[in-house]
Design a protein around this ligand. Structure first.
Ligand code: SAH
Ligand code: TYD
Length: 386
């Protein structure tokens, strides 16, 4: 597999980096992870391709989250908020605008520059135990530590958890949100897994990982963003009372069998079935002379495209709004990435919606494609055509 966000130019084809992607689940702590991932420097750098604010829906979602956090957890006396993976400032801008002392930590300097332009204070670095110590020395301890769609990007989770334990005030709260293991399995959304998405967390596995460092989950919330996310609220052990909602989710995970190997055997079979269905569908449509393109050059799509062995003969191009991805080629399979104007200039018969997690937002703005007879191919839930 190539790196999911490593869009390439023709000059890069010969030197493109590939690694052997294997997914494993630990029998003792129920953590699901991609083992043997590339070095962090190869994935997070000065040309990182993901700009979180490209989605208006996500921007609205994180504004609401920031308002909720400010109301519930930011102290009046000496407020301080730290966010890791703060990216282009999609969330921290709301703390900056409210005049709340904050620090964003992100190793990808191009997205950090975009955050700075929004008035956000940034540390361009990898968060870990050492950076946590530096932050405490310079700024003091934090009321809130935020990590959305980030905690599954960091291999050395023990260093992060130790850092959070050092950084949080006694009643401080960590708010984490990312794609949920239960949803990934239920939707056969294996594209959630790629080099940068090396862990897919559950209440059980995250509780085990952070429990080793004196932290515990005390509450959870679910939402449908990014194909189904879990928001976890953590604190120093005993600082807050566990909620009934948390206990109910723990019971649900037992019923889902998230700690049982059989669950993952069934998931593997479903992934294989999904691959067969998608490849057969694409090849049949092509043999009928239909035009197929991709919509959304997501990192997730690298997993689907390369696992299914699809290429430019199957998928003409992938359109995407992100300038840094345009005029490049998709990782591994080298399908051209183009601006959405090319999609609307000559609508295809089918578009594989690789950004299926943004279905509502994208379908609403692509009504002309639908009126033209265009159909979406949804590559998850064992492949749907709508
Ligand atoms: N929080 C945003 C962006 C998530 S993308 C959102 O929810 O949409 C993940 C981000 O994590 C990237 O910007 C990446 O550079 C950053 N990242 C990766 N490893 C990190 C680490 N060790 N510490 C802090 N940020 C990290
Ligand atoms: P996303 O699914 O959020 O993440 P990942 O790369 O982690 O799998 O990526 C969405 C991609 O889709 C991003 O490259 C921007 C693009 N996009 C569009 O082209 N048009 C849109 O309307 C939206 C919402 C996203």
């Amino acid at each position: 597999m190539p790196i999911g966000n490593a869009f390439v130019t023709k000059d890069d084809f010969k030197t493109e980096y590939f690694y052997h992607m294997q997914v494993a689940v630990c029998r003792s702590c129920a953590t699901l992870q991609v083992i043997d991932v590339p070095d962090p420097d190869q994935m997070f750098h000065d040309h990182y391709a993901y700009y979180a604010s490209t989605s208006a829906f996500m921007s609205k979602h994180f504004k609401a989250m920031a308002e909720d956090i400010i109301a519930r957890f930011v102290s009046k006396e000496s407020p301080f908020v730290v966010e890791i993976g703060s990216n282009d400032g999609i969330t921290l801008q709301h703390f900056a605008n409210a005049g709340i002392p904050h620090l964003g930590v992100d190793p990808s300097s191009n997205v950090a520059d975009a955050a700075r332009e929004k008035g956000i204070e940034m540390l361009v670095d990898f968060f870990n135990r050492d950076t946590a110590e530096q932050i405490v020395t310079k700024h003091g301890k934090a009321d809130v530590f935020i990590a959305t769609n980030t905690m599954h990007h960091i291999e050395d989770i023990n260093s992060v958890a130790a850092g959070v334990a050092k950084l949080l005030k006694p009643k401080g709260v960590m708010v984490q949100e990312d794609p949920y293991l239960g949803d990934m399995i239920e939707k056969t959304a294996f594209d959630q897994l790629y080099a940068e998405h090396m862990y897919i967390w559950s209440v059980t596995s995250l509780g085990n990982a952070f429990g080793r460092h004196g932290l515990e989950i005390f509450d959870i919330e679910t939402n449908d963003f990014h194909g189904g996310c879990m928001r976890y609220f953590l604190c120093h052990k005993g600082a807050y009372e566990p909620t009934p909602r948390l206990k109910a989710q723990q019971e649900k995970e037992k019923a889902l069998g998230l700690a049982k190997p059989e669950t993952y055997d069934a998931f593997r079979r479903a992934c294989e079935q999904s691959r067969t269905k998608l490849v057969e569908l694409v090849r049949r449509l092509k043999s009928e002379g239909k035009r197929i393109v991709g919509y959304g050059a997501t990192a997730k799509s690298a997993t689907i495209i390369n696992y299914c062995g699809l290429g430019p003969d199957d998928i003409e191009f992938i359109c995407d709004t992100t300038p840094i991805k345009q005029q490049k080629f998709s990782p591994g399979a080298h399908i051209p990435v183009v601006p959405p104007a090319e999609f609307s200039a000559n609508y295809p018969d089918y578009a594989v919606l690789f950004a299926w997690n943004h279905f509502t937002e994208i379908d609403a703005k692509e009504q002309a494609f639908r009126k033209n007879g265009g159909k979406w191919i949804i590559p998850v839930r064992l492949v749907e055509v709508i």
